[in-house]
Design a protein around this ligand. Structure first.
Ligand code: NAD
Length: 348
């Protein structure tokens, strides 16, 4: 891979400048803060393209990726578009010799990721996923408590639950063919937390899905193509650890979400900005509970690492194979749910 002399030589652009969370602006600002030079935005919605011009006066704007690739010498492109567009757009840009950062999820299927990684390898380019939450305060502190200080002993099980009772919004995130499914939004972040905590290969995945409830309701969004109402991905690791990820729109329990890591000597709970550490005495007779605040998130480290990789050859934290793991799990979980059986992993 050809190295850049300094971060400012890396010309960066984004594809997708959507209004839901203003992510295009956030990405370009973070890239700029990491020393790279924002030069271009491609977006199919003219109104959003106009917004990009206002936010970044003088930036080159294009109605699609094809025009951007033809008319602009951008080196690194971040894709911030609906999930089913990630793989085709990434392949188009890689074939044109550009590095790719893709918003999560990297793609929907393992096969799509394989094609992206093969093309990147052929061209000597990077493919990474914007896993900004790798640097969330809650997971960084959990790693310190669980891995470094070993405060809960050996990890036995991870339970990750997110959801509430309610009809999904009528937007692309609720369409299975566009979003990939209910697990593909927050699920990839939560899986990426777990892969940092469990340092063991995966062996198999089971998936469960309840479908059709919201699609059968009057006025439901995407009646023919709705996401699962609830889905679970259950992963077995080689060291015996169990991971149970569940995202639901059918939850009547008012407690909407939790992350619980059970260890042999205690439990570690992550609840928004707080952690709870429950520990047992050596003889198991007494338990103590400690609560505390999680430190701030440091998602800006993502682009600093990308710049360090492209300039100094530092290891890329979110490299292709790492970014493939959550997608592989979610792909297998859906296949498993459809087939009603557990499936072996290809990429551990
Ligand atoms: N990492 C995070 O914390 C985080 C937060 C929010 C969103 N996201 C991710 O960002 C991505 C986009 O989500 P969003 O909330 O910005 O959605 P959005 O709907 O607000 O924006 C998507 C934009 O992409 C544009 N678009 C669609 N197809 C395009 C194409 N082929 N070429 C150019 N533009 C195209 C649309 O016109 C739209 O403006 C998703 O992958 C989502 O999961 C990540």
């Amino acid at each position: 891979m050809k190295r850049f002399s300094r971060p400012a030589d890396i010309k960066v652009g984004v594809v997708g400048y959507g209004g839901a969370f203003n992510m295009g602006k956030a990405h370009l600002n973070q890239m700029k803060a990491a020393g790279m030079t924002p030069v271009a935005v491609a977006e199919i919605d003219p109104k959003r393209l106009e917004q990009a011009k206002q936010d970044f006066p003088g930036i080159a704007t294009f109605p699609d990726l094809g025009r951007m690739l033809k008319e602009c010498d951008v080196n690194l492109i971040t894709l911030i578009t609906p999930h089913n567009t990630h793989a085709p757009l990434a392949l188009q840009a890689l074939k044109a010799g550009r590095h790719i950062v893709c918003e999560k999820p990297l793609a929907i299927t393992t096969a799509e990721v394989d094609a992206m990684l093969a093309e990147a390898k052929k061209k000597g380019l990077i493919v990474s996923t914007y896993h900004n939450r790798h640097w969330d305060g809650r997971i960084q502190l959990a790693l310190e408590h669980i891995q470094k200080k070993k405060l809960i002993g050996e990890i036995v099980r991870l339970e990750l639950h997110m959801g509430a009772f309610g009809k999904p919004r009528a937007w692309w995130r609720s369409s299975k063919s566009i979003s990939g499914g209910i697990l593909y939004d927050w699920g990839v972040h939560l899986l990426e937390y777990c892969f940092q905590l469990v340092q063991s290969p995966m062996t198999e995945v089971s998936g469960f899905a309840k479908t059709g409830f919201w699609a059968s309701q009057k006025g439901a969004p995407y009646p023919k193509d709705a996401n699962e109402d609830e889905a679970s991905a259950i992963v077995r690791f080689k060291n015996g650890v169990l991971l149970n990820l569940r995202i639901t729109t059918l939850d009547h329990n008012p407690k909407a979400g939790w992350i619980e890591i059970l260890g042999t000597k205690g439990s570690y709970l992550i609840d928004g900005g707080e952690y709870t550490l429950i520990r047992r005495s050596e003889d198991g007779s007494v338990s103590t509970t400690e609560k505390g605040k999680n430190p701030p998130d440091q998602g800006e480290k993502y682009y600093q690492n990308v710049a360090d990789h492209l300039v100094k050859g530092a290891a890329l934290v979110i490299d292709g194979p790492w970014a493939r793991r959550p997608i592989h799990v979610l792909d297998l979980a859906w296949q498993s749910a459809k087939q009603g059986k557990t499936l072996k992993v290809k990429y551990a």
